[in-house]
Design a protein around this ligand. Structure first.
Ligand SMILES: C[S@@+](CC[C@H](N)C(=O)[O-])C[C@H]1O[C@@H](n2cnc3c(N)ncnc32)[C@H](O)[C@@H]1O
Length: 536
């Protein structure tokens, strides 16, 4: 046997063995060596053609490229893996193994319809009849489902919720609904509703670029453990950005805390599932320092106050990056909430939103007074200038409001506090939504006063009915678990499940909290879980 051929034989066996042993890096090296030799041989044949040998070499090259793509795919080096697949398909356009691998890569990149094309072409291969069909059919079916979901946003979590999160979470896919990125009056860019949207409507579903999770030991996660998580998280994102051009370019669209108002408005197509691997704009290469700043400004904690994590217990803490969610600014009168399911975030309207209105999250607890919110937004690195903060600046500077705050700190009767505040609002001519703002700011007093039987009895003639208070808070700050809990407690105390009107109200709150991805029966189960304190 001629020497190069022998070497090639050895390299091929070694590369295959390493691939089977899941030693992907080493396998890639061996395949790369083999591929170079193969290409050299083919080049030589170009000058002195020997059709039989050329065919054999081309077959070997195609298979080697396909296997290297598989190894690269396992290491999540999707960009390079796709290039290998395309090279292999240039040699043999219907190569079964390559089409299967390319389909899997495209699914990982959320390019479902292109993945579907690959699986459909692979289906035409005669190999399908020789045992390859089972896994292919599995991928084909999964991909069809994901393509449909990403196009329609028809997610339904009902069965999983009804089984109280037993079993695997339902399959999700990335989806972008009626939203647009535009210049924001709040700060930099923001996400906006492209049409009128009612409470509970899904705005988008996004898969995390990366997530780092930990189980809480005791009450909290220790400082060291937190630092460690943070470091691992930055390492993972940096590594992914270096391997995947699309991830890199998506990260490059995010703000790093500087020059926010001069940042470009990215095209929405970049966030749709079928977008190209790279966004095509020339961006400066991100270094670790810049990635760190980007993560600092944009990462989200899964179990934050304005989020619900389904299917996990409360002993759990996770930090992650969901790109489209990074364009949502904060408001103390937010209109959107997020639901975490596996590695996906589902963002929905938490109350009715008008076309052109900015979509906003609560970055921190908005059921707290102005001073506390100011402190929390300072920690985030900005001063919030939303309309509620603007209105409350005037109100909180009043001597009477200061006295109420001090009274509360000193343990003043909460029913009395509510009474004083409601009286004050009448005198200061506070009307409509603004009443909801102030009630939300004094939530601690309102929840205690309306949550205690004794207090309700003592003050019921002098303070407004709980329903109108809860309605106004919900209208101001959207749905919140704590508001729902008070409503459910009242329904229970008034005997059983309460009236139809109250149940409808609870379900409406539920839709604002968890979105419409659940049928009525599943929403009832969720609402029950809230009452049993089993969520968050
Ligand atoms: C996740 S980004 C939001 C999108 C950002 N505006 C952009 O253009 O990329 C978070 C940053 O937006 C700004 N921001 C968000 N909400 C704000 C608010 N209510 N007031 C002032 N700045 C805000 C802050 O600079 C914050 O660090």
């Amino acid at each position: 046997m001629a020497e190069p051929e022998e070497l090639m034989q050895q390299l091929r066996s070694k590369a295959t063995e390493l691939l089977l042993r899941e030693e992907y890096k080493e396998s890639i090296n061996a395949y790369s060596h083999f591929i170079t030799l193969c290409q050299d041989q083919l080049h030589k044949h170009h000058e002195k053609p020997d059709p039989n040998n050329v065919l054999k070499l081309q077959k070997s090259l195609c298979l080697a490229l396909s296997n290297r793509a598989e190894a690269r795919c396992r290491l999540r080096e999707f960009g390079a893996a796709l290039e290998d697949c395309d090279e292999a398909l240039k040699i043999e356009s219907t190569h079964f193994k390559t089409l299967l691998c390319k389909g899997k890569i495209l699914m990982n990149l959320n390019r479902y319809s292109m993945a579907l094309d690959c699986f459909r072409t692979a289906h035409l291969d005669p190999q399908v009849c020789n045992g390859g069909s089972e896994s292919l059919n599995g991928y084909l079916e999964r991909c069809k489902k994901m393509e449909f979901l990403s196009r329609t946003g028809a997610f339904d979590l009902s069965d999983w919720v009804l089984s109280r999160f037993h079993g695997k979470p339902p399959e999700l896919a990335e989806y972008v609904g009626q939203v647009q990125i535009r210049r924001s009056e709040i700060s930099g860019r923001g996400l906006f509703a492209a049409k009128n949207i009612d409470a509970g409507t899904l705005l988008f579903v996004s898969k995390a670029i990366a997530i780092e999770r930990s189980i809480l030991g005791g009450e909290e996660l220790g400082e060291n453990a937190q630092l460690n998580m943070w470091k691992n998280f930055i390492d993972e994102v940096t590594n992914l950005a270096s391997k995947c051009p699309r991830t890199h370019d998506l990260l490059a669209t995010l703000c790093s805390g500087e020059g926010e108002n001069d940042l470009e408005i990215p095209d929405m197509s970049l966030f749709r599932s079928e977008s190209e691997s790279s966004c095509g704009i020339s961006v400066e290469k991100l270094d670790r320092k810049r990635i760190l700043s980007i993560l600092d400004v944009n990462s989200l904690v899964e179990n934050a106050v304005a989020a619900t994590v389904l299917g996990k217990n409360s002993e759990y803490y996770g930090i992650g990056l969901w790109v489209l969610a990074c364009f949502i600014n904060h408001s103390c009168v937010p209109n959107a909430r997020r639901l975490h399911v596996g590695d996906y975030v589902l963002v929905h309207a938490s109350r009715d939103v008008k076309a052109g209105e900015e979509i906003t999250f609560a970055y921190f607890d908005v059921l707290s007074p102005l001073g506390e919110r100011k402190e929390m937004s300072r920690r985030w690195g900005f001063g919030c200038g939303c309309k509620r903060c603007e209105f409350e600046e005037g109100i909180f500077s009043r001597q009477e409001v200061r006295e109420i705050e001090i009274g509360l700190e000193r343990g003043m009767d909460t029913g009395g506090t509510v009474f004083r505040l409601e009286e004050g609002m009448r005198r200061w001519m506070v009307r409509g939504k603004e009443k909801g703002y102030l009630r939300a700011s004094f939530w601690a007093a309102f929840s205690e006063a309306y949550g205690s039987e004794k207090s309700v009895k003592k003050w019921s003639r002098r303070i407004p009915p709980v329903d109108s208070v809860l309605d106004s808070i919900m209208e101001a700050v959207g749905s919140d678990e704590r508001v729902l809990k008070i409503l459910l407690d009242r329904m229970k105390k008034s005997g059983g499940s309460g009236g139809v009107v109250e149940m409808e109200k609870a379900l409406k709150l539920g839709r604002g909290l968890y979105g419409k991805a659940m049928k009525k029966q599943a929403m009832k189960t969720l609402v029950d879980l809230v009452h049993e304190h089993a969520i968050n």
